[in-house]
Design a binder for this molecule. Sequence first.
Ligand code: ARG
Length: 536
Amino acid sequence: MQCNTLREALSQYLKTTNRDGTSEVFQFTVPPDKKFGDICINVFPAVKSTKLPPPQLAQEVLEFMKKQEYVTDGNIQGGFVNLFVTDDLYAKEIETWSLPTFEKRNEKIIIDYMGANIGKPLHIGHLCTPLFGQATINLLRLMGYNVTADMHQGDWGGIFGKLITGWKYFGDEEAFEKDPVHHLLEIYVAITEKTEKEPDIEQECRDAFKLLSEGDEKSVTLWQQFTDKSLAGVRAVMSEFGVHPDVWIGESFYEGIALPKLGNWPDLTPDNTMSAVVDELVTTGIATKNEDESVGVVFEKETKLPSCILQKRDGTHGYLASDLSAIKYRLKNWSPSRIIYFVDNRQALHFKQLFATAKKAWLNGKNTELTHAGNGFVSLPDGAMSTRHGRVIFLKDLIGESFDRVKKILEERERKLADSDTKAVALGAIVYSFLSQDRERDWVFEWDKVLAFEGNSGPYLQYTYVRWKKIINEISNVWNLKIEGGNLTTFDRDLIMDILGFNEVLENCGTSYKFHLLIAHIATMTRHMNALYRSE
Ligand code: ARG
């Protein structure tokens, strides 16, 4: 919490008692229960510099603070000093509070997100990585960082052998044009069935993938068609949710073969292809070649990481190799200070192995931070999503369905909104429902909660925002409003505390990439804002 006056007093305390350290380390919070006090000082972080045992430090701070004219009483709970303060202090603190100003920083951050796989239809579970990722991108940009948002799609692998072969038997230009991802799924299902009945087809699929890998013109054209069209679909849906990647450098790029580039980014140099990277790691002794010619990494015992494979016996590369190649490419072209991966929790081990290998190979002495910002699993009230059981909400249906539901709720309430506003409420509700979850936890998508018009929900936040915007527009210079001491209501005090705490929560989000902290803060604030005029 930003409390300039209290911090100033703590500086005085350190000075007059000749203690080492700065007042910056003390933290302010709101006590869990108002019966303990109005505001709480956490002294623990100052134990180190002041070299005082916590009870003594807390005692000294309490005594010093009690002498301040705006402190009426206080007590100690553990290492926490609770203070009761006058309205004057609230007024002083809010008058000196300001939104943070962020300078432009000469620092690059890469966000790796929405690694959707080509040819697979997206469902609501696939919204986690784009939404958490984009929120982080927006915040880090606001904070002055130079961010590159990279949609790392899965656009390579055996599935393309199946799709290309399937196209030969079942492809239909018109159906593909109409709904590319849907048709690719149909082809995939049909060819899988065919291979079950005719085992030779399996080999045909493998040969087709090999042909594609060798740059066969016809195969490459099909690959590009499938990939381009699918990506265009993904990007169209995502842009409805405000998700806009800057580049889409998929897994195929790192093969370094004659595939057309899907956008405008630096070329891959010969030393950066997956096979070159695997060779480099073997040469530097980080990876080892096994007897059967496969290549793997064995980690030191204390890491407790199981060993992993970079290159299979037949010379093809695994998922890990593409991610290693991507790290080398990003370091070389962008020198990022952070690379943050928004990928679901089930890949936690993959990222541990990836980071451990990359650190040994390229990050010694460099301070590039690699983070896996994992997300949990989304299910529906009747269970995990399952296409086979028809228990799934596809992204292509989500926007329409949420629109219809909001429209119905509005009709029931006899409210009229323009279609564009109805859509904004629907989309906002969905984004809010994702961001309000602890990113790492599993959660259940329930329409009633997502579209609730009261409480902790997107529509309620939007309503509060619109209403307050109107109020603020009517009172000019609201931030310079003088707060007269002695007549604050509980609501005024709550709201002042919310505002004082806002910047810190924002900062936290910028390092933890956990937006539910911010949403929870805003939800509390929304509740207080509404209580304010409801009480009058
Ligand atoms: N396409 C991958 C999958 O579906 C996710 C990619 C995540 N990003 C990454 N750099 N590995 O499993």
